[in-house]
Design a binder for this molecule. Sequence first.
Ligand SMILES: Cc1cn([C@H]2C[C@H](O)[C@@H](COP(=O)(O)OP(=O)(O)OP(=O)(O)O)O2)c(=O)[nH]c1=O
Length: 191
Amino acid sequence: MTLVLASTSPRRRRLLAMLGTRFELETPAVDESSFDDMAPPDRLVMRLAEAKARDVATRRPDDVVIGADTVVVLDGQILGKPRDREEARRMLTRLSGRTHQVWTGVAVVHLAAGRAAVEAERTDVTFRPLSPDEVERYVQLGEGMDKAGAYAVQGVGAVFVERLEGCYYNVVGLPLARLHRMLEGFGLSSW
Ligand SMILES: Cc1cn([C@H]2C[C@H](O)[C@@H](COP(=O)(O)OP(=O)(O)OP(=O)(O)O)O2)c(=O)[nH]c1=O
């Protein structure tokens, strides 16, 4: 039995490596746009995480597969990855001086054993007020273009964060303490 991360995200790969377990990578084929983004965010990220894990698990039924999905939520509205720089500008301007939620869904699926666990974790992140010039310079950097909410807490975006409540790793893409506990439930303890 092998542990498999169903993800293309280099960030998730680095985070899972922190747990010290050996694992392999597979690319999930899931059309994220077909998911109803009017659903409550915890349900949405759990569904997407499970879809990614199940897609890979059908090809690797004997292995334990992890899928994950992250969204940013402001005033109950979901901010995914920005489509272009204009949308990134708008997202960051809205996040300025406010507290938003980052939700990550995690699914662990072992088809041959008929087992699946799906959970979601929330972290509250408060941005200090950002000037229009700062937003512009950050968008030009390009760092946030492939990230939910158009920023990277693990990069230069760190300087926007005044306060963070909850799991930091959850914001980067995998809630490590929760995932570790879930894997233990599958008899997979890394140490
Ligand atoms: C808010 C925030 C998000 N992110 C990332 C986490 C996720 O990788 C990404 C949200 O997109 P996701 O759709 O969750 O993941 P992904 O497309 O990058 O990878 P895959 O579906 O193959 O697993 O944004 C950061 O890296 N830093 C941050 O501060």
